[in-house]
Design a protein around this ligand. Structure first.
Ligand SMILES: [Zn+2]
Length: 347
């Protein structure tokens, strides 16, 4: 592969995205057609005279996949989305390293949610308390993620192609479609969490793991960090993300968090397959653990909007991969209050 020091240097710090980075280097240093030709030339020169039956490690299928991934990377960068530096943006980038300011969107240490009653702090946001018809317990979510009405114009994909789906999108539309199309009953069991609520959630998991496995405090923190985000680093704080559960085959509400039970359930397999139609993506995929640095979470879904969700599905990009592409492109710098702020205090 041709070296491209400018991009290679900028991409070097992106952990876990080596494959994607190498695709981007090709993508930016060389026009797509040329890159395609170049790959074939490299493969050919590597192989010598073309054999009738290829025994090379570089198969035609691998070349096709690499080229398709390169096109996908280019597509991800093509549309002029605003740099998502504001947590209000549907494509705000949050992960283990990149945080959300503690004050977003309500006061720093509030565990108030629109469902819990009591005096509401100042809230310039569209968080709503959801109807019990759709939830297990009190769940709030940004209105845009719950239901966005069908557009007057046909929907299009990221590269401008019209698509056949014109209905409403968001979690309410997803739940209703699961019922109507597949006779499945889905429920939202955790939606928006404040910074403080995420802190309580994380601390509770640490306590549970210490009791369950007899771990040291440090050991419990390491273990919990593989499946729960520290406060300031959870997509739930964006108000566009939910954990789903469902009625099992006996019509009983599933209340556990067992990975295999949930991942193999007909309900969540249907959602993983269909969510993009409603602008929703699975954030932590089973085959993306090395990229996301969190375990597979078959219940955790985020609303990102129709175009982005469909591109990620088509290109098999995780949210982490898609957003890291956009951030490289926009050369985003971080505001001071977006720095990770949470420090675990040992009890
Ligand atoms: Zn979750």
């Amino acid at each position: 592969m041709t070296s491209c020091p400018c991009f290679a240097n900028r991409l070097a710090p992106v952990r876990g995205l080596v494959l994607l980075a190498s695709l981007l280097v090709t993508c930016f240093c060389t026009p797509p057609e040329q890159a395609s030709l170049q790959k074939r030339k490299e493969a050919d020169s590597h192989l010598g005279p073309k054999p009738l039956v290829s025994s090379s490690a570089v198969s035609t299928q691998e070349l096709v996949l690499a080229e398709s991934a390169t096109r996908c990377a280019a597509l991800a960068l093509q549309r002029p989305l605003a740099p998502p530096q504001n947590p209000d943006h549907l494509l705000y980038y949050v992960n283990r390293d990149r945080g959300i300011r503690p004050s977003y969107p309500v006061s720093e240490f509030s565990i108030w949610t629109p469902c819990s009653g009591g005096p509401a702090p100042h809230l310039s946001h569209d968080l709503i308390c959801l109807s019990k018809q759709y939830t297990v317990g009190d769940v709030s979510l940004r209105r845009i993620a719950f239901r966005s009405p069908a557009p007057s114009q046909p929907r299009t994909t990221f590269d401008g192609l019209p698509v056949g789906y014109h209905g409403d999108i968001g979690f309410q539309a997803l739940v209703e479609a699961a019922h109507d199309e597949a006779n499945l009953r889905l429920y939202l069991r955790s939606g928006y969490r404040s910074y403080a609520t995420q802190g309580v959630t994380f601390a509770n998991w640490i306590r549970d793991e210490r009791i369950r496995l007899g771990l040291s405090w440090e050991g419990a923190v390491r273990k919990v960090s593989t499946y729960s985000a520290r406060p300031g680093h959870s997509e739930h704080q964006l108000g566009t993300t939910v954990d789903l559960t469902f009625h099992d085959e006996h019509g009983v509400l599933y209340g556990g968090w067992d990975l295999n039970t949930m991942g193999n359930s007909r309900a969540l397999r249907w959602v993983a397959d269909q969510a993009h139609r409603f602008g929703i993506v699975l954030t932590y995929g089973k085959d993306k653990v090395n990229v996301t640095r969190y375990q597979w979470e078959p219940w955790h879904f985020r609303y990102v909007g129709f175009e982005a969700a469909n591109l990620m599905k088509r290109c098999h990009l995780s949210t982490e991969e898609f957003l890291s592409l956009r951030y490289q492109q926009e050369n985003v710098t971080w505001a001071k209050d977006d720095e990770p702020t949470f420090t675990l205090v040992r009890p």
